[in-house]
Design a protein around this ligand. Sequence first.
Ligand SMILES: [Ca+2]
Ligand SMILES: [Ca+2]
Length: 244
Amino acid sequence: MSQQIRSGVAVAALIAAAALALPASGAEWTLEKIGRGIKPALALDAGGAPHVAFLTELMEGAVFHATLGAGGWRTATVATGYFYGPVDIDVTADGRSYITYHDHEAKSFRPELGAGVVVIGQGETWDAVRIEDPGHDQWDADIAVADDGTWHLAGIDPQQFGSRDGLEYATNAFGAPRVEQVGSGPLPYEFGVSIEVAPGGAVGISYFDAAEADLGYAERAPGEAATARGLTRTSARLPTSAPA
Ligand SMILES: [Ca+2]
Ligand SMILES: [Ca+2]
């Protein structure tokens, strides 16, 4: 037996011994069915329970919330209509879910309509907040929620549907929901956005600036004033292997 083969046998024996030493439950996945739908978004609450938002992208479609409790999965229909995903979800420390999705606002596609919606609740009780703004707003919307229930939403008002606004931000941080244009310039809908809020209230949004093939980062300082001084924008050149 060559040195190489002996080494291989020894390694195989070690791997087999290690596998036998693993506790039976240590590497097992538990797979469960939730229900009919697509484009799931997941958040775990303070107790570790999963909260899944998902939808059906049909003319007579719906957005659903499912959570796993002692009695198994419980699914609620939180909205019905002609919607588009992805959806997003965040859960506050008190167990309330905040789900966002895009509502086409018509049974046929109309570029001048369309809004982002935030649905807030738990169990069977859900309240919808519609984000009113000109254009086909909050495509690819992403949501970040502070534990006091302040929500922050970022999405695209797509160039393909006639808007030159691109990245739009919405929040309830100052009372009635407001929409701010971040200043990205026109953006297509393909590339997604991501938003987070810091404990002190600063908001960051990352997005793909198609005109420059750059990733952009927009940051909003805490505070009510929505002036140009409150908005900063930086970008980082992507590696050359990134999509043009
Ligand atoms: Ca808009
Ligand atoms: Ca709109």
